[in-house]
Design a protein around this ligand. Structure first.
Ligand code: TRP
Ligand code: ZN
Length: 462
C-alpha cells in the first residue's frame, strides 16, 4: 500500500516534469556561456561545445591590409544549446550558417559573436558553422603592453596569438583547453609565401595569386595557429622521417643557427620522448618591433634571426606548451619554466655551462632583497599583465633544476619524460605535476614546491 502510494506520487511528479518540459520545450536548450572563466582571461573561449576542426580559407592583400575569410568549424555540443558564442574581433560577417542553414547572430563590440541557430542543438550532436567574413584584421595589445594578432610587416604579416590574438583573424573557441585540427588555404599575391602549421599540401598560382594549403592534423590550441606571410626563402627538407619547413625573410642574413634544428629535435626527443608532431620548422621574419618569438605549433615564429638559446627554447615548447598545454593561464610556468630549463640542458649537452651552473649563477647573483627577480612566485599570480613575468622563466627553470638536484637524475629524467608522454596533446595543471613528482620520487614534496612555486620570497631551504 505504502509503496503503491509512493509510486503514484512519483508518477504525478514525473508527469509534472513532463508537462513542464512539454509546454516549454525550448527551455531545455540554454545558451552556452560566453567565457570559460579563466582567472586571467575570463571571456576567452566559450561554453557548451567542443571544436574538432577548423577549416580556414583566407585571402590577404598586404597593400590594403584587407583579409577575407571563410571558416568552417566542426564542433560537438556538450549541452543542449539554444545559442553559443564564438570569439571574433572586428570584421563584417556576410554569411553565417549552422548545419547549412542561415543562423541569427549578434556582436558585442568586443570578441563575443553570439550565434542562434534556427533550432536548438542537442547535447552530443555534431554541428558545422560556416562563416564568411572580411575586413581589417586587428593588432591586439595585451595587458602587458605587448602586441599580437595579425601584425602587418613591410611585406606581409607576422601572425602570433599568445594568449588572445586568434580572434583577430579567425572565429574560434579561443581557449587552450579546446584543441582541434586545422586546415588552411591562404591566398596571397604571387611572389609571397604564406606559412601555417603542419605539412604543406600544395601551392598553386592562378590569376596573379598563389594559394598555400597547409594541414595540421595533430590537436592544436587556438593560440598556436599561425598564418605568417610575406617574402620568404622556404627550404623544405627532412628531420628524421618528418618534413621540415624553414622560412627565412630574404632581407635577413640567415647565419648558421638554424642548422642546429635537427640536432636539437634529436636531443629533446632523447630526453622528453618522441617529437610530438608531424612537421617541424621555423619562420624567421623581419619584424623586430614585435620583440618576442612564439612557439606556433610545428613552426615557431621569430621576429629576427634567433640566437641558439631562443631557437631551442621555442623548439622545446613543442613538448611543453604545444603538446602538453596548460588548462589555465596562471600555470604558464609549465610552459616557460620548462622551456627555460630546456635552454640550460641544451647548453649542458653542448658542453657549455651546465644547468646546475646556470641555477647557481642566478641564485647567487640575486639576493633576497631583489624582490623583482624573486616575486611574485611563478604559480601564484592571476594578474594578466604579469603573464610573461620573469619569474615564470627564471624561477620556473630554477624550480626544475632544484627538483633535479633533490630527487636525482634518474628519477627526474623519468619524471619529465613521463610528464610529456602521459599528457601528450592534453591539458594540465601545476597540481598534476606536483602529484606526478611525488609519485615518481616517493617523497612528500609539499615544502619543496611551496618554496619554489608559491612563496614570493627567495627560497632558502627546500
Ligand atoms: N611564448 C613566448 C616565449 O616563448 C612568450 C611570449 C608570448 C611573450 N607573448 C609575449 C613574451 C609577449 C613577452 C611578451 O617565451
Ligand atoms: Zn617560451
Amino acid at each position: 500500500m505504502r509503496s503503491r502510494l509512493a509510486r503514484a506520487t512519483l508518477c504525478i511528479a514525473a508527469l509534472a516534469v513532463a508537462v513542464c518540459v512539454g509546454t516549454a520545450a525550448a527551455a531545455t536548450f540554454t545558451p552556452g556561456s560566453p567565457g570559460l572563466g579563466d582567472p586571467m582571461f575570463p571571456n576567452a573561449g566559450n561554453g557548451g561545445y567542443d571544436v574538432q576542426s577548423y577549416n580556414l580559407t583566407l585571402d590577404y592583400t598586404p597593400s590594403t591590409n584587407q583579409l577575407s575569410g571563410k571558416s568552417v568549424i566542426t564542433a560537438t555540443a556538450t549541452q543542449a544549446l539554444s545559442s553559443f558564442d564564438l570569439d571574433l574581433r572586428g570584421f563584417a560577417i556576410s554569411r553565417l550558417l549552422v548545419n547549412g542553414r542561415a543562423a541569427a547572430f549578434t556582436r558585442d563590440g568586443g570578441q563575443e559573436l553570439t550565434v542562434t541557430p534556427k533550432s536548438g542543438l542537442q547535447s552530443g550532436t555534431r554541428f558545422v558553422v560556416t562563416i564568411d567574413y572580411a575586413g581589417t584584421p586587428a593588432v591586439v595589445t595585451d595587458p602587458d603592453e605587448s602586441i599580437e594578432g595579425w601584425i602587418p610587416t613591410e611585406d606581409g604579416a607576422f601572425v602570433v596569438n599568445e594568449p588572445q590574438g586568434s580572434p583577430a583573424w579567425y572565429p574560434c573557441n579561443d581557449n587552450p583547453r579546446d584543441k582541434a585540427t586545422f586546415d588552411f588555404a591562404i591566398t596571397v599575391p604571387d611572389g609571397l609565401t604564406a606559412l601555417a602549421n603542419g605539412v604543406l599540401v600544395s601551392n598553386a598560382s592562378s590569376a596573379g595569386k598563389t594559394t598555400w594549403v597547409w594541414k595540421e592534423s595533430d590537436p592544436m590550441a587556438t593560440y598556436l595557429a599561425t598564418a605568417t606571410l610575406g617574402r620568404f626563402d622556404l627550404t623544405i627538407s627532412k628531420v628524421g622521417n618528418i618534413p621540415s619547413y624553414v622560412a627565412v625573410d630574404p632581407q635577413l642574413a640567415k647565419g648558421q643557427v638554424l642548422d642546429k634544428l635537427p640536432e636539437a629535435v634529436q636531443f629533446y626527443s632523447s630526453i622528453y620522448g618522441p617529437y610530438p608532431f608531424n612537421a617541424v620548422g621555423a619562420i624567421v621574419d623581419s619584424a623586430k618591433f614585435v620583440g618576442y618569438s612564439l612557439e606556433t605549433q610545428t613552426k615557431p615564429n621569430f621576429p629576427a634571426v634567433p640566437d641558439e638559446a631562443t631557437l631551442v627554447h621555442e623548439l622545446s615548447h613543442s613538448w611543453f606548451g604545444d603538446s602538453v598545454t596548460l588548462t589555465e593561464w596562471p600555470d604558464i610556468w609549465l610552459h616557460e619554466g620548462f622551456a627555460t630549463w630546456s635552454e640550460w640542458i641544451w647548453s649542458e649537452h653542448e658542453g657549455n655551462k651546465t644547468a646546475a651552473q646556470r641555477f647557481k649563477q642566478l641564485y647567487d647573483s640575486h639576493p633576497a632583497s631583489d624582490t623583482v627577480f624573486w616575486g611574485p612566485a611563478p604559480a601564484r599570480f592571476t594578474d594578466p599583465a604579469l603573464l610573461f613575468n620573469g619569474t615564470v622563466y627564471d624561477r620556473g627553470g630554477m624550480t626544475l633544476e632544484a627538483l633535479r638536484e633533490k630527487i636525482g637524475d634518474p628519477t627526474f629524467f623519468r619524471l619529465i619524460r613521463d610528464w610529456a608522454t602521459q599528457n601528450r596533446y592534453g591539458n594540465v595543471a601545476t597540481q598534476q605535476f606536483i602529484a606526478l613528482a611525488e609519485r615518481e620520487s616517493g617523497r612528500d614534496l609539499t615544502a619543496f614546491f611551496d618554496a619554489w612555486l608559491f612563496e614570493d620570497a627567495k627560497p632558502t631551504t627546500w
